[in-house]
Design a binder for this molecule. Structure first.
Ligand code: XMP
Length: 533
């Protein structure tokens, strides 16, 4: 953890009352635990995820208003299965167990859990057979609901004093409750979109049953973080590495609002940016926000080191090492800097604290080009470490960052270096910048930009024959890519209208010298990756 007070700690110090308005999610390893937190924050209630090794004392310290046990891949009856101190039920807090969480409640309170004869994955319709505030729907009451099931085990006997509140032919204990103690268990996953009334059920639990006030707003967050940053930094200086992307831009704008000229932003231009990107950074952080901006044009250094290199991983390593070299040299010039600001987001915080950090974690680590040297003496300042990406965007708007910055598609650290397949030359960078600018301009004009996770062009090391006017051409090929995704870990191809692609193709071929053929990439991830290198 960085030196920065995390949001929860800060709340506890500054507003004792508000702290007890949060929901604590205890993670038992489900792939969708973060979704529970996002859903609850959507209702305006602060919610945080903690690993299942959390102790009772730690829970008491957090003092949540309600607790949710997430799902998970284990079986409660197995040796070493993740569990929780039974005394958690004596805290008198409302508790909702989801899937594994429901099984754990039953296991700990005297019910029985076993392997289901038929594992169940997919849609099911629950019949709500007992009135419960969990299933209220405005003034009415749900009678049935389409939900998403994903489990191998199931509850076989519920604890004494619990009642069944919903069932399916396959799951006689689809939802159970102890209304007086406000303890609930559901076998399905209300947090996923496929559970049609899932949001309403979670809202019922958080607001109606647990009594949380929906008063957590980004305005409050901003105010509190600014106070916390001021207090922590005092008279010292902060360095922020700006990449032009959403996260570092929001962090810089936030810290700038807190401490103004005590912040220095360093932007390393490696010469592999998109057209106009460097100028935008200067405009936003140099002119609009008037920050101390150190703009380092290191493009010659980067390009000379990359000369003749075609291997993607070698490109990444060279760019990563050169970035550190340049950044280090610049930051050493800033005397009395005590802090380094970073745009770490909540998913990274949760992932890196999880004992079962799986393949997904490893896959991401090679992406941390622009990561900083381990021997850096600065303390970390990570003011958005409790936020999800969409929340960071809301904060960015709150801080007055322009839409083209907060809504920007992700852009890899090595930039166009991994979108020029094979060797990189200045001429190729220029061609790719021009073509990509047309592609993105057309996407924006068609109102499609926000529907796409990431769209970009790739310059291929292939030349093909064409005919322009009466002359034969022999020029480069360009691939267009656009994908939809939630987190970049998996991705689907964006389905454009063919007319749109024809229009973009014709503009690129007519306006960019050096390209005479354009193709569209229809590969999803997996089996492909989003980038070509
Ligand atoms: P892939 O290509 O692995 O990309 O499907 C997933 C997401 O990660 C981005 N990406 C990178 N980001 N440095 C980065 O900062 C990298 O080396 C890198 N490689 C891929 C990619 O743009 C996508 O959003």
């Amino acid at each position: 953890m960085g030196a920065f007070l995390n949001h929860a700690q800060h709340r506890k110090k500054s507003k004792k009352l508000k702290m007890s308005n949060s929901v604590l999610i205890i993670d038992f390893g489900s792939q969708v635990t973060q979704l529970i937190a996002r859903r609850i924050r959507e209702f305006g209630v602060f919610s945080e995820v903690k690993n299942c090794d959390i102790t009772l004392d730690e829970i008491k310290k957090i003092a949540p208003k309600a607790i949710i046990f997430s799902g998970g891949p284990s079986s409660v009856y197995e040796k070493d299965a993740p569990t929780i101190d039974k005394k958690v039920f004596e805290l008198g807090l409302p508790i909702l167990g989801i899937c594994y969480g429901q099984q754990l409640i039953c296991h700990l309170l005297g019910g029985e859990v076993g392997a289901a004869a038929d594992r169940e994955f997919g849609h099911a319709v629950i019949e709500i057979n007992n009135k419960s505030p969990l299933f209220e729907n405005g003034d009415a009451h749900m009678n049935s609901s389409r939900v998403w099931m994903s489990h191998g085990d199931k509850v076989e006997k519920i604890p004494v004093d619990f009642v069944v509140i919903a069932k399916t032919p396959n799951a006689p204990f689809a939802a159970i409750s102890h209304e007086a103690k406000k303890i609930y268990g559901v076998q399905f996953h209300p947090e996923v979109e496929h559970s049609i009334d899932g949001r309403a059920m979670l809202k019922n639990f958080v607001i109606n049953i647990a009594g949380c006030r929906p008063d957590w707003t980004m305005k409050d967050f901003k105010k509190e973080e600014i106070i916390a940053i001021k207090k922590l930094v005092g008279e010292k200086r902060v360095i922020c590495g700006l990449s032009g992307g959403v996260d570092s831009s929001v962090v810089a704008a936030l810290i700038n609002e807190a401490i103004g000229k005590q912040l220095t932003c360093i932007f390393v231009d490696h010469g592999l940016l998109r057209k106009g990107e460097g100028a935008q950074v200067k405009e936003v952080f140099g002119e609009k926000f008037q920050t101390n901006l150190v703009y380092v044009d290191a493009s010659e250094l980067f390009l000379s080191k990359l000369a003749g290199v075609s291997d993607p991983e070698k490109k990444r390593k060279i760019i990563g090492a050169t970035f550190i070299e340049v950044f280090d040299a610049e930051s050493a010039k800033i005397k009395d800097a005590d802090f380094l600001a970073q745009g770490t987001l909540y998913p990274d915080v949760i992932e890196s604290s999880h004992p079962n950090k799986g393949a997904s974690h490893t896959i991401k680590s090679h992406h941390n080009v622009g990561g900083l040297p381990e021997n850096m003496k600065l303390k970390l300042l990570e003011p958005v470490r409790m936020l999800f990406k969409d929340e960071v965007r809301v904060l960015g708007r709150e801080l007055g960052l322009p839409e083209h910055v907060v809504g920007r598609h992700p852009f890899p650290g090595p930039g166009l270096a991994i979108r020029i397949i094979g060797e990189i030359t200045e001429e190729k960078i220029k061609i790719l910048q021009e073509a990509d600018a047309i592609y993105i301009e057309e996407i924006r004009k068609a109102g499609l930009y926000d529907k796409i996770w990431q769209a970009f062009s790739v310059l291929l090391p292939v030349k093909t024959v064409g005919v322009m006017g009466d002359a034969r051409t022999y020029e480069n090929d360009l691939a267009l890519r656009a994908v939809t995704s939630i987190d970049g870990m998996t991705a689907d191809v964006y389905r454009y209208d063919a007319e749109f692609l024809c229009h973009v193709t014709s503009r690129i071929i007519n306006e960019v010298r050096g390209i005479n053929r354009v193709v569209y990439d229809f590969t999803s991830k997996p089996p492909g990756t989003i980038e070509w290198e």
